[in-house]
Design a protein around this ligand. Structure first.
Ligand code: UD1
Length: 419
């Protein structure tokens, strides 16, 4: 297993380009199953989760082509398997996103139940209840969801909780259903809007994406289209936190500042100077420690749970006390124990991490436990005294494109040790 060796202490300075958003690319790749015509998708990030999705589509019969600019061309005119096996779903929970499209277009889908994961139980009951209300026959047997439907029927659904992939799965199912579907209490994340824009380009009739009520009028078929994936707001936020912790001046290009309002506000409270234009963010952090911040995670437009671990790392070296309250997932504090190994002073009380900032973290061997937790360990290592080895970085490779190259470009001392 690959590891990172990181020597902490230096400032970050320079420019990097932000990649396409993983959490938009995954549902959009699944959405290609909704048409037999060719789809071209640009700005797809080069990530392990994307490779897994391409493998999953490939074994179903998708014809996939990747050009040198990482545009992906997908043609699904020969799908022969309507099946997502446990081996794939267990490594990438987002495989559940093929359920809605397969059922809507082929009337049949067998998808493994995701099961538990490092950040809590993460059930899919809302996805299944929604599809059942649209007329699907759903059975869970030997760990597999077996869904069947002649043609799904539009319906009025109020989702029990705000769920991102749940909203996406149901929106993809509804675009080919008979009649109108109303999704209330829908997720408002930018990635849901990006998926809706792609579906609209394919001929779907969708209104309200980005609000909590999405209205979909089903159509008989969809056609091919070209779509460019929006920039990754979590990758953007991760680099911004890194520079706020390490000091220096960085410019992030090809991003969308308006998707990060909640995060930018907290970075400004921590002491960073931030200047934005349409597609760039420049952050300057003068020498000295950042100020501690209080964070409460919630669905968009609230503070993203996917940025929680990175801000926990920031609070570890900040001046003062900061509390991080996780409201979206149970058990998303696996990084706390590893940060403690580096000298952090953190106390966990229920779903809140109370950090009493220390002047200096100390390098240590640490272990990545999930995607965003591992990013937080890299940030901590960049400011720690001495050397840190971050083990199990396959978690990082799932969601960050060449993170070590981008940090090196900003002047960090980070190398990958192949394992
Ligand atoms: C997506 C993102 C993930 C992000 C999360 C929250 C993708 C591929 N992943 O995950 O990076 O951290 O949104 O912003 O886009 N829930 C249920 N029943 C369900 C579905 C969800 O109880 O059927 C609960 C979950 O356990 C969790 C909460 O709802 O407590 C939100 O989860 P959800 O928005 O579904 O997360 P994902 O879509 O899996």
């Amino acid at each position: 297993m690959d590891k990172f060796k990181i020597a902490g202490g230096g400032e970050l300075n320079g420019e990097i380009s932000i990649s396409g958003a993983k959490n938009a690319a995954l549902p959009i790749l699944a959405a290609t199953l909704l048409t037999d015509q060719t789809m071209t998708i640009s700005n797809v990030p080069h990530l392990h989760d994307i490779t897994t999705t391409m493998e999953l589509l490939g074994r179903m019969g998708s014809d996939l082509m990747l050009d040198e600019k990482l545009n992906i061309e997908v043609t699904n005119n020969n799908i022969t398997e309507f099946f997502a096996p446990y081996e794939m779903v267990k490594t990438m929970r987002a495989s559940i996103l093929v359920l809605g499209p397969l059922l809507a277009r082929y009337g049949e889908a067998d998808v493994s139940l995701p099961g538990g994961c490092a950040i809590g139980s993460r059930p899919v009951n809302i996805h299944l209840a929604g599809l059942a209300a649209m007329g699907a026959d759903i059975n869970v047997d030997k760990g597999y969801i077996k869904a069947r439907a002649k043609r799904l029927k539009g319906t009025h659904l109020t989702l029990e909780m705000v769920t991102v992939t749940g909203t996406e799965n149901l929106m993809m199912a509804a675009v080919l259903a008979e009649g109108k579907t109303i999704l209330e209490n829908a997720a408002r994340e930018p990635e849901v809007i990006d998926l809706a824009e792609c579906l609209i380009a394919m001929g779907a009739n969708i209104e309200g994406a980005g609000t909590d009520t999405i209205i979909i009028e089903g159509v008989d078929s969809l056609h091919g289209a070209h779509h460019t994936i929006l920039p990754d707001r979590i990758e953007t936020g991760t680099f911004l936190v890194a520079a706020t912790m390490a000091g220096g001046k960085i410019k992030l290009k090809n991003t969308r500042p308006e998707l990060l309002d909640a995060v930018l506000a907290k970075l400004r409270s921590a002491g960073a100077e931030i200047v934005v234009d349409d597609t760039n963010i420049t952050l300057t952090m003068k020498s000295g420690r950042p100020a501690a911040v209080d964070i409460h995670t919630s669905p968009f437009p609230g503070f993203p749970t996917d940025m929680q671990a990175q801000f926990t790392a920031l609070n570890c070296i900040a001046e003062g006390n900061g509390t991080i309250t996780e409201n979206v997932f149970e058990n998303r504090f696996m990084h706390v124990q590893e940060l403690q190994r580096m000298g952090a002073n953190i106390k966990l009380e229920g779903n809140t991490a109370i950090c009493n900032g220390v002047k200096q973290l100390v390098g240590a061997p640490v272990m990545a436990t999930d995607l965003r937790a591992s990013a937080c360990l890299v940030l901590a290592a960049l400011v720690a005294e001495g050397e840190t080895i971050v083990d199990r970085i396959y978690h990082i490779d799932r969601g960050y494109e060449t993170i070590e190259e981008k940090f090196s470009q900003l002047g960090a001392e980070i190398i990958r040790i192949p394992g």
